[in-house]
Design a protein around this ligand. Structure first.
Ligand code: ZN
Ligand code: ZN
Ligand code: ZN
Length: 378
């Protein structure tokens, strides 16, 4: 794999590269700065002071162009490579086309980065800038129209917040983050189908809750569904279902609801014959009571859901009795990962997907007595 690190001045790109080199057998590769590098970027580069541990980069390899670098890594993509030379959009465009590349951004509060910069200046007998000078330099580096690196940071698949002043904390967070995990490059089947269910949910027109569902067999999608009013009727979000558009509390007036659930739509779309043996239903929310009996009846073998819901335990009871396997899968958390805690929020467990045990769920089901909340408010 090839990890590209981008981020502001003194955000910690080099520290993270060093960690990967020392702990995970990565090798650093360098990319020459393109001729067209804007002056402001050059000036930002020139403000760099010697890296904390230059010995870690003994084995670096340099390439004159992105293509040359990619030709090299393509033949060796199973080895581990890291670069901090993410110069501009063109470099990112070229690298992100490849399945072995992961773009990681690193950020830190500007005051923290200024402190780091001053410390490095003092160590090397350079005159440190004032905070104001540093802020102006930083703004130019990140936000100059057309050349700022801020846009690249936004494209990162993984965004890290590195505000800690302790290298030990940083390394411990990085350890729990498990950056080299291969499923960062290519989603697992669970991640893939759950993402499709999430995408379907974005088409929901129901005012109460956006739910999406995918039915698959032998890793192939049979049908998808999302919740909303039936074909030919006014969409729920355009007033089609008076119940969903009213301020009734959740679970009340369900018998007057006109919206079909995502699972119902996916089941209707597939039909019993096409579902057949061994089908798995992925849903971003745990199915409600009425959906779970329909899921059971058409012969779905396994249900995988992401978000829990009030009725999970009752649903688990139904599935337990009818022999449908129920499993929770929570995809890796997205958004900013804070490295200052020593335990980054995105662990290997999270990456593989959190899984509740079947026994726990059946146990919970037995404790579950509240009949009122069996039905998910659509
Ligand atoms: Zn609705
Ligand atoms: Zn409704
Ligand atoms: Zn339902």
């Amino acid at each position: 794999m090839l990890i590209g690190l981008c981020g502001g001045i003194c955000a910690g790109k080099t520290s993270i590269a060093s960690y990967l080199i020392q702990e995970h057998q990565f090798k650093r590769i360098r990319l020459a700065r393109p001729d067209g590098t804007p002056v402001v970027e050059k000036s930002a580069y020139n403000t760099r002071v010697p890296t904390p541990d230059p010995r870690s980069f003994d084995e670096e390899l340099s390439f004159p162009t992105t293509d040359a670098l990619l030709d090299f890594v393509t033949l060796r993509w199973r080895e581990r490579w890291v670069t901090t030379d993410i110069w501009d959009e063109k470099v990112v465009d070229a690298l992100l086309r490849r399945p072995f590349f992961l773009l990681v951004s690193v950020d830190a509060p500007v005051s923290v980065r200024w402190q780091r910069f001053m410390e490095r200046c003092l160590k090397t007998n350079l005159n440190p800038p004032t905070l104001e000078q540093f802020v102006l330099r930083n703004d130019a580096h990140l936000y100059s129209p057309g050349t700022g690196l801020g846009a690249l940071i936004e494209r990162a698949q993984l965004k890290l917040l590195n505000s800690t002043t302790s290298l030990a904390t940083l390394n411990s967070s990085l350890k729990s983050l498990d950056l080299p995990n291969g499923s960062r490059l290519r989603p697992s089947w669970d991640q893939y189908f759950m993402r499709l269910a999430d995408l379907a949910a974005q088409r929901s027109n129901c005012m109460k809750r956006a739910v999406g569902c995918v039915i698959v067999r032998e890793k192939r999608v049979i049908s998808t569904g999302y919740n909303g009013t039936p074909r030919g009727m006014t969409n729920c979000n355009e007033g089609g279902c008076p119940r969903c558009n009213s301020a009734l509390p959740g679970g009340v007036g369900l018998s007057t609801c006109l919206c079909l659930h995502a699972e119902e739509n996916a089941l209707l779309e597939a039909g019993r014959d096409r579902i057949g043996e061994g089908a798995i239903l992925y849903c971003n929310t745990c199915p409600c009571l009425t959906c779970s009996v329909k899921i059971t009846q058409v012969g779905i073998s396994e249900v995988v859901y992401n978000q829990a819901y009030l009725v999970d335990t009752k649903t688990a009871e139904i599935f337990a009795e009818s022999g449908v396997r129920l499993r929770q899968f929570s995809p890796p958390r997205e958004g900013l990962v804070d490295l200052s805690t020593g335990v980054a929020g995105l662990s290997l467990d999270a990456l593989g997907g959190a899984e509740d045990t079947y026994e726990n769920m059946v146990d919970d089901a037995r404790k579950f007595l509240d009949d009122e909340s069996f039905l998910r408010p659509v």
